[in-house]
Design a protein around this ligand. Structure first.
Ligand code: PLP
Length: 378
């Protein structure tokens, strides 16, 4: 028996998504940019998918740019919404301390381009420090802010509407990395200027995502060629992937409430049982609004590496932090930014659930974690 509970890293492709994609690998293969009749089906399929993605986030179809995923969307947004070179040495970009590496790893490049990049701090409960944020907007010449909609490690949800309003009042644009939020909680773009999303977190295929770009906003292109995707991202479209993302978006929107009600119940079972078995365990971000599927729990004086090995042996697939940082054994930058004390910092498990997890899975996960932590604590 194996149990997959690492859905913030990736999800399987839903059957309906796969079936919808299959014809676009074979019989419906024409280039959607072609002018002959064979292009009409793929063209229509891309247009439908664009509507489906737009609907999920309350956008217009013309505001959706298809990309290769969340990383590319984040790169396109941060790198493309400001001039290639800063016009002024005071031009500043603000990013939160808990962003995904797809944002944070762009900082050296932005600095080379003449921008100042400042980090918005978070508080121990995971929330954004609004006082510091407002002060930074006043103190610096801020052109662009990037704060994620929900954190991939803790699931903490950020008040993007409010942050966007404050950014706009200061004359700045706001980008949000909503890769973990879209399809899991209600996401509306109403006030944001740029929003990243990714297909493989919502039961769609890997290698496809989108960037929402508010109407009227012009981005620097990331590729030059045939002028696809409003000239920002030239290249023949990944029609099957786009169709898959469209179906996944439709399904996520249709089932959101039902799935969340179910998943929240499972999450509560895990959290209450683990914290009562280990009263010193901390659920990070617990006081904040969080993604219903995400549990980030820290055990005192424990090495999560060892715990992960025990769980892996038992066929339980979870992670120690974000997928990207679990291979190296550094402390999570998210939990470090939240100032989680050292005794807990290295004993963290991230369990990210899905609607396909059952009550039986949860019992097995809880029993195995309790037994393993006890063994390791001895
Ligand atoms: N942003 C966040 C918050 C993520 O969790 C991830 C993936 O884990 C990404 C961006 C990158 O998305 P992709 O894997 O589609 O490039």
């Amino acid at each position: 028996m194996t149990i997959y509970a690492d859905c913030n890293a990736t999800t399987p492709v839903a059957k309906e998504v796969l079936n919808g994609m299959l014809p676009f690998f074979s019989e419906v293969f024409a280039n959607p940019s072609a002018t002959h009749k064979a292009a009409s089906k793929p063209k229509q399929a891309v247009a439908k998918a664009r509507r489906q993605v737009a609907n999920l986030i309350g956008a217009k179809p013309s505001e959706i740019i298809f990309t290769s995923g969340g990383t590319e969307s984040d790169n396109m947004a941060l790198g493309g919404a400001v001039p290639y070179m800063a016009n002024n040495p005071s031009d500043t970009i603000l990013v939160s301390a808990v962003e995904h590496p797809a944002i944070l790893e762009q900082i050296p490049n932005l600095k080379q381009r003449g921008y100042q990049v400042k980090i918005i701090p978070v508080q121990p409960d995971g929330s954004i420090n609004l006082k510091s944020y407002s002060q930074m907007l006043q103190e610096y010449n801020v052109l662009l802010v990037s704060v994620m909609w929900a954190n991939n490690e803790t699931g903490v949800i950020y008040p993007i509407e409010q942050l966007a309003k404050l950014a706009h009042d200061a004359g700045a644009l706001l980008h949000t990395d909503a890769v973990q939020a879209v399809g899991k909680v209600v996401v509306e773009v109403s006030n944001v200027d740029l929003l990243s999303l990714s297909s493989h977190k919502i039961y769609g295929p890997k290698g496809i995502g989108a960037l929402y770009v508010k109407q009227g906003l012009r981005l620097n292109p990331i590729s030059w060629g045939g002028g696809q995707e409003a000239g920002i991202r030239s290249g023949t479209l990944n029609v099957a992937g786009i169709v898959g993302l469209g179906i996944a978006s439709q399904m996520a929107g249709d089932n959101l409430e039902k799935n969340n009600k179910y998943i929240l119940q499972l999450r509560a079972l895990i959290e209450t049982q683990l914290t009562s078995a280990f009263p010193t365990a901390l659920v990070n971000g617990a006081s904040q609004e969080r993604l219903p599927n995400t549990i980030n729990i820290a055990f005192k004086n424990l090495e999560s590496e060892m715990l992960l090995m025990f769980l892996d042996k038992a066929g339980i697939y979870v992670s120690a932090g974000s997928a990207c940082s679990s291979a190296d054994h550094k402390a999570s930058h998210v939990l470090s930014a939240m100032k989680l004390p050292k005794q807990w910092l290295y004993g963290v498990l991230r369990i990210s659930l899905s609607y396909f997890n059952t009550q039986e899975d949860i019992n097995h996960i809880v029993e195995t974690i309790i037994a393993s932590v006890k063994k390791l604590s001895r």
